[in-house]
Structure formats: C-alpha cells, structure tokens
Write a protein of this length. Structure first.
Length: 238
C-alpha cells in the first residue's frame, strides 16, 4: 500500500480576548486573514472576539482593512495581490452573497477592483454579526474574506474555536499567561500561535493539522523524515 501524506485545508480561528493589546490584535487579524490575498490554508477566516473588546476591535480592524493596498503583487507598496484566477474570484463573490443571505453584516470590502495590471482583484471583506453555524464560518473560502464572531468570554471562545471539522492552525491574542497556556494546551489544532498571525510558520519545525486538516506524518522538520523511513527490527545472536 502506498504511503500517503495529505494537507487538506482549514477554517482557522484567531481568538481575541478583552485583555488583548488592540494594536497587536488588529495586526495579527489583518495578517492572518488577508495577506497572500487570503489564499493560504492557514488563513484566519474566523475572528472570535470577546464582548469587552468587540466594538473597539471592529472599528479599528475595519479601518485597517479599508486601508490595505490592493494591486500588482510586484509593486513595492502592494499589500494584497490578485485572486489566483477568475474562478476563485467568482467563488469569493459567491460567499459574500452566502454571508449576507445568512444574516451576517458585510461591514466593509468585497468590491471587485480594476487596476492597471490585469488581474482578478477584490477589496478584502469583513463580516460582523456572524455565528459559528453559518457557512461562511464553516467552509474554507480561500480568499480575502473573514468573519467576526462575538462571544461572551474565554471559555466560549475556546469552544467556538474548536467547533470545526478542521484543525490546522489556531491563534489567540491575550496578555494573560493563564489563558495563553490553556489555549495552547486545549486548542484542537496542529499549529497554535500566541499573539502571532495564524499563517506564519518556520520550515525547520513540523507543520500539519488535526481532524480533517491533515493525514499522515507532519510536513517539514524532523518529522518529515517519517514519510521516507521504513523501520526495520533486527535480532543478532550474541
């Protein structure tokens, strides 16, 4: 039987608690959700935000989203490039309709943009008033679209974060060592980020997920050798 190693995507959460530094939270959210035009299996397409910081976070992250520069990926000042092709752009647009029809509020973005360099450009989109039962909260979109889910407290945030068939990456922004440690231990994901974007990884450490996000040994790092290794046990008479 052939060995198989699969990396199968994710629906990654970034949890933001009341005690988070607002600037750090917005920076991690923008990077996680939108950079690489959201076309990363590790992108955070669910921003799980507790009540105390929710309104301030929404205001600031919306302004930061609007300020992102979309254009030719080779231009020095570009922050978001084009969708990979017309089919992906069409899929992105279809999920905007899905979110609105489900009752989420499209707070900003989503417009198709024209630029001098040909491409499939779209303004990064931010939904609010989402919940974890919506399709936009459960299906991998693979585009510059993210949803904010309001929760009561840390326990509710952890429950929502883990309530997915995927388990690739998961992140939290908090100033509490207690909550950071608990999240690190109890987030059901192969990669956990603390006050960092969900999408940044180092090639010398193992990479992979849990549940429907991965199958087989981890990619990268020392664990990658397992894929190419067959164990042989030998016995020799003394």
């Amino acid at each position: 039987m052939a060995k198989v190693q699969l990396e199968m995507g994710g629906k990654n959460p970034l949890v933001i608690l009341d005690d988070a530094n607002l600037g750090a939270a917005v920076g991690a959210a923008i990077n996680s959700a939108f950079f690489a035009t959201g076309q990363r299996c590790t992108a955070a397409s669910r921003l799980v935000v507790t009540e105390g910081i929710h309104d301030r976070f929404v205001e600031v992250v919306c302004e930061a989203t609007k300020a992102l520069r979309v254009g030719n990926a080779f231009a020095a000042d570009t922050q978001l490039g084009t969708a990979v092709d017309a089919t992906q752009l069409e899929q992105n647009q279809s999920y905007l309709d899905v979110g609105r029809n489900e009752g989420a509020q499209l707070l900003c973005g989503g417009e198709i943009l024209n630029r001098e360099t040909p491409g499939h450009y779209m303004a990064p989109a931010l939904f609010t008033e989402a919940d974890n039962t919506m399709r936009i909260s459960r299906e991998e979109i693979f585009g510059p679209i993210t949803s904010i889910i309001r929760v009561r407290d840390y326990d509710a945030a952890l429950k929502v974060a883990n309530d997915t068939e995927f388990g690739l990456t998961s992140g939290i922004v908090t100033s509490s060592l207690k909550y950071a440690s608990d999240f690190k231990n109890n987030a059901v994901a192969g990669v956990v980020m603390i006050i960092l974007p969900t999408a940044g990884t180092d090639y010398h450490v193992p990479f992979g997920g849990r549940k429907a996000s991965s199958y087989g040994p981890r990619e990268q790092g020392a664990y990658a050798r397992e894929f190419y290794t067959i164990v042989k046990t030998t016995y020799t008479k003394p």
